[in-house]
Design a binder for this molecule. Structure first.
Ligand code: BG6
Length: 255
């Protein structure tokens, strides 16, 4: 029985790799929507993936979210003492403190026996405030570090779940509805084809900057996130997907 299950997961991984043109796919058993322990397993799988990729002095950028919080929870120090530096991918995306990129970043660094730099930003930045912040030497320095990341580890959310969590304004909600947004990652909202329909203005990694980063680990599970995951995979920047059986089945079915 366990062997059959293993075989099923392997098959799904191979299928998804081909379907979305990814370097690697890891599918853990179960569905996050049904059992919360599945998220922990996603966390564990992600940590082992990070540890496989890490080389000395690598910079690792991370986003917020409960999935990334689960990754941080599982983080451990690799015996090789690689001294990774953790940075938040983007600042100020509207999360409770435990799920903020800064918190996750600091926790990961502590557990991986590495270092971290933080980016404290207000959630809503006006154009003027944004430009002013961008001129701050500290911000510039951290931004350069973020852009030199070797690994980015990020979550994916269902568009309207994230919009609500961020207390998005009525007018922006309208924009998301009109644009048929289904998924969200890095503060960008995507439709089913992976086209950007809206973005949150904040400092940090911009979508097009993902081009220069060797490993983009997309970490999300739960059958209810399948559409959202597909929208980001279609967007085309992901290189490695870490998900669960619940989402994987829907992604393969094409729902
Ligand atoms: C947020 C990120 O912190 O977490 C989003 O800014 C991401 O980009 C979201 O979609 C995912 O959250 P969760 O709790 O579903 O892992």
């Amino acid at each position: 029985q366990p062997m059959r299950e293993l075989f099923g997961l392997k098959t799904m991984e191979e299928q998804l790799k081909e379907q979305f043109n990814l370097k690697e796919v890891v599918v853990v058993s179960g569905d996050t929507d049904e059992f919360s322990w599945v998220k922990k397993e996603i966390g564990r799988a992600t940590v082992s993936c990070i540890n496989d990729l890490l080389q000395a002095n690598n910079i690792v950028a991370v986003t917020g979210g409960s999935t990334l919080a689960a990754v941080a929870e599982m983080m451990n120090a690799d015996s090789k003492e690689l001294m990774p530096l953790f940075v938040p991918a983007r600042g100020g995306l509207g999360e409770d403190v435990g799920n903020q990129a800064n918190t996750i970043c600091a926790k990961m660094a502590e557990r991986a026996k590495g270092n971290y730099r933080l980016l404290h930003m207000p959630d809503q930045l006006s154009k003027e405030a944004y430009s002013t912040m961008m001129e701050e030497p500290y911000v510039k320095e951290v931004l350069n570090l973020i852009r030199s990341s070797s690994i980015v580890v990020h979550g994916i959310g269902e568009a309207f779940t994230m919009a609500k969590r961020r207390k998005t304004s009525e007018s922006n909600l309208e924009k998301l509805k009109e644009g048929n947004a289904v998924g969200e990652a890095f503060g960008y909202y995507f439709d089913e084809e992976g086209e950007v329909v809206h973005r949150v203005r904040t400092i940090g990694l911009q979508l097009e900057e993902l081009n220069g980063i060797p490993y983009i680990l997309s970490v999300a599970g739960g059958s209810s996130k399948a559409k959202a995951i597909r929208s980001f995979l279609k967007e085309g920047h992901s290189t490695i997907l870490i998900t669960d059986e619940g989402a994987a089945k829907e992604l393969i079915k094409g729902i």
